[in-house]
Design a protein around this ligand. Structure first.
Ligand code: HEM
Length: 301
């Protein structure tokens, strides 16, 4: 198996915490990265798309994806339409690879996703190092990342391919509390909630209201772009068809209601699901340690 993680004691927790801190400080300093300021949402999406190519039914390491090989740095995977906009995040992180010459792309991108979530107020996510850069031959085929125009059956099937349960997939999509859609990247437009640089359960409290004519509900946006929903109150928030899938399917809806009612419940399920996402397809040695990083705030107090 080529996707075996190297042991974490080659470099110490302290060294990885230092990388975490460098990323966190860079996010703070470069506050003109995007419309909402922070590079954080882009970095979370970079981590997820580096891992989201995984196919649990494919035993061929050349095609079965996952975060291990950092293969989005190559033009085929990097050029997949679903990865539009992520070159910016990869470039943002480039200086870290110059400073820590031993660090792999896969470790850097996944660690950056963890750092971004924690710094934006999200849950602590256990993280393990040991990914190694693989060659071009290990790029997952294009088309392995999800299509936002689809409904509940597609979403369930897609995340089953990544080995996730209903509860895990709903929790993961809750990351849409962060950031926004960019017409120039995906064709879609706008943020999901009013605080796109805060990791909270805002995606679920917005989504929960569903399609309809009432206060806070959602209608189809009238525009030339792809089909997306717009909120009745402000006409400034958005939902993708694949987001709306989570209130159309009764099993998904029940979970959406739970996470809308309790941010704690959402955090408790998001954290292990995100760790699993970043580790899919990688074999970690039994002795490999899980790191839990301290936020900049925690270190300063
Ligand atoms: C952004 C689709 C699941 C995290 C986006 C965008 C689309 C999209 C179309 C807009 C990209 C742009 O225009 O810049 C989907 C679909 C999903 C899914 C169809 C599954 C059915 C996830 C998951 C995560 C995630 C599982 C993380 C755990 C994000 C973040 C952004 C984003 C943080 C904002 C990026 C930014 O502001 O630059 N997603 N996504 N998404 N997605 Fe997802």
């Amino acid at each position: 198996n080529v996707k075996v993680a190297t042991l974490s004691d080659i470099h110490s927790f302290k060294e990885y915490q230092q990388i975490y801190n460098d990323i966190a400080k860079k996010i703070e300093e470069e506050d003109d990265f995007d419309v909402d300021g922070s590079a954080g949402p882009n970095l979370v999406r970079l981590a997820w798309h580096s891992a989201g190519t995984y196919d649990k039914n494919d035993k061929n390491p050349h095609t079965n994806g996952g975060s291990y090989g950092g293969t989005m740095r190559f033009s085929k995977e990097g050029g997949d339409g679903a990865n539009n906009g992520l070159a910016k995040g990869r470039e943002f992180l480039e200086p870290l690879l110059k400073k820590y010459t031993w660090l792999s792309h896969g470790d850097l991108w996944t660690l950056a996703g963890v750092a971004a979530i924690q710094e934006m107020g999200g849950p602590k996510i256990k993280w393990r190092p040991g990914r190694k850069d693989l060659s071009e031959e290990y790029q997952a085929p294009n088309g392995k990342l999800p299509d936002a125009a689809q409904g509940p059956d597609y979403v369930r099937k897609f995340f089953n391919r990544l080995d996730f349960t209903d509860r895990e997939m709903v929790a993961l999509i809750g990351a849409h509390t962060l950031g926004r859609c960019h017409v120039t990247s995906s064709g879609y437009d706008g943020p999901w909630d009013f605080a796109p640089t805060m990791f909270d359960n805002g995606f679920f409290t917005q989504l929960q209201k569903g399609v309809g004519k009432g206060e806070g509900q959602w209608h189809l946006r009238k525009w030339d772009g792809p089909e997306q929903y717009e909120d009745n109150n402000s006409n400034s928030l958005m939902m993708l068809p694949a987001d709306m899938a989570l209130v159309q399917d009764p099993k998904f809806k029940k979970i959406v209601d739970e996470f809308a009612a309790s941010q704690e419940a959402f955090f408790n399920e998001f954290a292990p699901a995100f760790q699993k996402l970043l580790e899919n397809g990688i074999q970690f040695p039994k002795e490999s340690k899980e790191f839990v990083f301290r936020t900049l705030d925690e270190q300063s107090s």
